[in-house]
Design a binder for this molecule. Structure first.
Ligand code: FEO
Ligand code: CA
Ligand code: CA
Ligand code: CA
Length: 744
């Protein structure tokens, strides 16, 4: 989803790294600022991180990409290389229960979304099962597919005439990303609540390819009001529950629902992790009501939650207006965070503390309540990537927080990996994901980095001036603030992470950043670019994003340090000197988001959610053959932008991977208009790839808003899937016509 809100930083920590020190020594020569970023050159030559021993690279590195790169496209179609085909598995609104009628694609008149595929398909994964329905690590003829729905209540295609309020159609967002819908109709809000969450369907393979079984007992919808269990380290569980007390559950043991499920993770024991990303925008504190004490409101502000009462410039509140439906029905009052009662058990002041987690789901047990894993931290979770598991060693999960200037985190389990735990469901999740240590990354200018522990025992956290932590539970629940306190490196919006199974290296997409955050004075070694794209659609800062990667010291999940470099810089081919990876018209891309390595082929798949070069091409998916951290070298980035007539220039030292060229980086897919490409998984044989197309036609005005309403996209109805007309998010299934491996 394009999140207008992500462009506004709520990181007020002032954390940067060395460039702040240096910028204080900047010479201001009239209208020209000369800035030298990075460390001194003597320090750079040492490169201790790059001397870290690399494990031998395993065999599964592809030799070449055996397809011609697809040209950029503005068509309302899925474009693939010759010799590849796709079909549609499911689209928003398809029934997952035989009692539910086919989707009309005209805006439902009843709320039965909890029996239909949700909206805004995103992260996903596949789980094989044996004949008795148990998890299987080996490929079988049965499988289920879990799909996240990064749904938005901006659901103008999902109501008969768009969202309404007081009989009027949806009004536009104001400049703060807030909207005013007045008092919302109950039916619309129920539909919006239930189109969020996760869909689980059993796959069904026929001669014509994959479909899903409409009548499978494994089909399931998890929505924004599905009951969930709150879990965390036993020693701190009472403190966790204290912060989760609400009128729904005064004990703080359970909560309702999951929101904005973006990236995902697959655990080594065979469960699904769905990551809650932009949950902050669903809440409101009615103007003039009590928002809570200063510490509580500092937390709300740092998470961008219900910021209207705290932002004097904002005239309207954030939120979807879900709280306006009723003053007594807690399905709706829960979205109002105002302090209304004498005690948290009498209102929903704590409701926002019940969102922002990795949520573990057992895809094979529809009766098992999903679990919120509090010890993995609370932030705008973008994916939970498990490093290569090693028997007898702790597991590490790598996680991004997607917002401007946010951080990359690592959770290291206390329990040591035991392969016998495969198939054990959520009880095994309790073993590995409750007890452990949460870290945040600091990327240093010498090409190394450090994992900084987020512990209440750290003096920087216990004595932090901007927020008073009560205990370790508070550190996990306010992880962003704890990360501020220890000096984590603010990144260019961390999106998905991925693990290169061949060598254990971890990759992260840093989708983009704006000019307010990345001037030549505000870059750092790991986020080194500040430039202007002056061609076609214009932008400044780091509008095209980059992909960073790192290797843990000695390859250990428990490493305290790592070595990093930048795998790829996004760019338009004609960007000039800021096109640091030498992209051409055959492989240029912007705003990497989804990122995933195929176990079958070793290909690194890169998916985009772009708004910077969409005048030249719709969003896309590329295939890359990666090398290893340190296979390139040091680079001096020349930064230059002109802001309000003042030219600012500077240099920043960084480390960049070896150029891939047109042979090792190719565009594989271009998506329909207005969509992003996100979510990818494969069958174990590498011959079928599942890919999600999210929100085609996103920029189309709300239905009913304009008589001259014209669809930007009408995919996939336009290719004969379901009723024609309105665009729908969908999972597509890609195969090679000769039955071979995808991409090779
Ligand atoms: Fe949901 Fe950050 O993309
Ligand atoms: Ca441009
Ligand atoms: Ca261009
Ligand atoms: Ca994303």
């Amino acid at each position: 989803m394009s999140h207008g809100s992500d462009d506004q930083s709520v990181n007020f920590s002032g954390n940067t790294s060395f460039q702040d020190v240096l910028s204080s020594a900047v010479e201001n020569r009239g209208r020209r600022n000369i800035i030298k970023g990075g460390l001194g050159f003597a320090a750079l030559t040492a490169l201790p991180g790059l001397a870290i021993t690399s494990k031998a690279v395993a065999q599964n590195v592809p030799a070449a990409l055996a397809f011609p790169s697809v040209a950029k496209s503005l068509l309302d179609e899925v474009v693939l290389p010759p010799g590849y085909s796709f079909s549609i598995l499911h689209a928003s609104g398809d029934p997952i229960d035989p009692s539910v009628p086919a989707y009309t694609n005209a805006g439902l008149e009843v709320d039965d979304w909890s029996h239909r595929i949700g909206d805004h398909h995103d992260g996903m994964d596949i789980y094989y099962i044996d004949e008795s329905g148990r998890y299987s690590q080996a490929a079988t003829s049965r499988a289920v597919l879990c799909v996240n729905h990064e749904s938005s209540a901006d659901s103008h295609f999902l109501h008969p005439t768009g969202q309404t309020s007081n009989g009027q159609s949806r009004k536009k967002f104001d400049q703060f990303g807030a909207w005013d819908l007045g008092t919302r109709p109950e039916l619309e809000v129920l539909k919006e609540i239930n189109l969020h969450g996760v869909s689980v369907v059993e796959l069904h393979k026929t001669e014509r390819g994959f479909s899903y079984k409409l009548d499978s007992k494994l089909n399931r919808r998890i929505t924004a009001q599905t009951p969930m269990r709150i879990a965390g380290a036993a020693e701190h569980l009472a403190d966790i529950r204290k912060m989760m007390r609400t009128a729904f559950d005064p004990s703080g043991t359970t909560s309702r629902g999951t929101l904005n499920n973006c990236g995902h993770g697959k655990t080594p024991w065979g469960t699904y992790i769905t990551c809650e990303e932009n949950w902050a925008r669903y809440f409101q504190i009615a103007s003039g009501s009590n928002p809570g004490d200063a510490n509580h409101t500092a937390s709300l502000k740092r998470y961008g939650v219900a910021s209207a009462p705290m932002d004097p410039k904002a005239t309207k509140a954030f939120g979807q207006g879900w709280h306006t439906v009723s003053e007594s029905d807690t399905r709706f009052t829960r979205w109002n965070l105002a302090v209304l009662a004498s005690d948290p058990s009498g209102d929903f002041r704590n409701e926002a503390y019940t969102f922002g987690y990795n949520v573990e789901i057992d895809p094979l047990n529809p009766a098992a309540a999903p679990v919120k894993r509090v010890s993995m931290g609370r932030f705008a979770h973008e994916a939970a990537v498990c490093g290569v598991p090693v028997a007898g060693k702790p597991l590490a999960f790598y996680m991004g927080c997607d917002s401007v200037n946010e951080y990359i985190y690592k959770f290291v389990s206390k329990a040591l990996w035991d392969p016998k735990d495969v198939g054990g469901g959520l009880a095994i999740g309790d073993k590995y994901l409750n007890e452990g240590v949460l870290y945040v990354a600091r990327f240093d200018a010498d090409g190394t980095g450090k994992w900084l522990e987020l512990s209440f025992n750290q003096p920087e956290i216990a004595n932090f001036s901007k927020y008073q932590f009560a205990n370790q539970a508070d550190v996990w629940i306010n992880a962003r603030l704890a990360a501020d306190a220890v000096g984590a490196t603010p990144m260019d919006r961390p999106e998905w992470g991925a693990v290169n199974h061949a060598n254990g290296e971890i990759y992260f997409a840093l989708t983009n950043n704006n000019i307010a955050s990345r001037t030549p004075a505000k870059v750092n070694a790991a986020n080194p670019r500040s430039y202007a794209d002056t061609d076609g659609r214009k932008a400044m800062g780091n509008p095209n994003g980059h992909i960073i990667r790192f290797r843990e010291a000695a390859g250990l999940s428990t490493a305290a340090t790592f070595a990093w470099d930048i795998f790829l810089f996004g760019a338009e081919d004609d960007l000039g000197s800021a096109n640091l990876s030498g992209l051409t018209a055959a492989n240029d891309f912007s705003s990497p988001d989804g990122l995933w390595f195929s176990k079958a082929t070793g290909i690194c798949w890169i998916q985009t959610d772009d708004g910077a070069m969409t005048d030249e091409s719709n969003c896309m998916m590329l295939a890359a053959i990666p090398g290893t951290v340190g296979d390139g070298g040091r680079r001096t980035v020349e930064n230059r932008v002109t802001i309000a007539g003042v030219e600012q220039v500077g240099t920043q030292e960084t480390f960049i991977g070896a150029a891939l060229g047109e042979a090792r980086l190719k565009r594989f897919l271009v998506a329909p208009r207005g969509s992003e490409v996100t979510g990818v998984t494969e069958t174990a044989d590498g011959k079928t790839l599942f890919v999600n197309i999210q929100h085609p036609g996103e920029k189309t005005p709300a239905l009913g808003e304009a008589a001259q309403f014209k669809l930007e996209s009408s995919w996939p109805g336009s290719i004969g899937y379901g009723k024609p007309g309105r665009p729908r998010s969908a999972t597509i299934v890609i195969t090679k016509d000769d039955g071979g491996l995808i991409g090779l």
